[in-house]
Write a protein that binds this ligand. Sequence first.
Ligand code: SAM
Length: 261
Amino acid sequence: MIKAKKSLGQNFLTDENILEKITNSADIFNKTILEIGPGTGNLTSYILKKNPKKMFVIEKDNELASNLENKFNNQIKIINDDVLKVDETKLFKDEVTVFGNLPYNISTEILSKWIVNLKKSFWFDCLVLMFQKEVADRIIAKVNTSNYGRLSIISNWKLNIKKICDIKPESFSPKPKIDSSLLFFYPKKNFINIKDPNNLEKVTRIFFNQRRKMLKKPFNQLFNGDKKVLEKLKINLNLRPQNLSLETYYKLAFEYEKLRS
Ligand code: SAM
């Protein structure tokens, strides 16, 4: 019997309807699949039923990784490592479809790492990922809402995002204290070309540092009061950070990068 480790965010999915729903969210047949944090292999089994061409899993827990080895033998390639340390861009020849019931304590870190790593081309064709609902709500938040912020802006820069469903604690063992949501991400064809994603991170960090204050102070901090940028982007400095659209933030980061290069 495997004892779930809290420190690794281990809540295993046991609800067959949800497992079925997850595997119906993206094409699997004859594709290369990557699963993050397979745990006891419940989702892995469902994915394998749909005959992928190849399947990779990344699992940090040594004990679970060796159980998976016994359970699935050579049906999957196990990478027994920390997902935050793996360079996915070097692992695959084909474009991959990614599934993950992510460990909640590092879910936003995983997502930001992937977005920052999207240099020239996408190494995945889509991501089907589970987050705690409160985090998913921030990822998909619309402008002018209280959930809208850095995470929404960074996540939506190069990716289209759709919510598939919410999932209740009863679908897991052990039961988490919070609700979860399943999100579907796929690459955008067009996006503003910010060369260094750290510039987008910096611009959003400075604007959302004081989310209730007007835009004047953060704007001056980044652009030294440059009126040309204000006029070009038609920004009203009496607004608050949550009132600027996604596109305005991407344009601000683009202008900030231009200023510094
Ligand atoms: N996918 C399984 C399921 O749905 O039943 C388990 C999901 S559980 C929420 C998260 C899994 O991620 C656990 O198996 C845990 O050991 C693994 N994990 C935690 N931190 C990790 C990390 N940094 N890198 C890779 N796997 C990690």
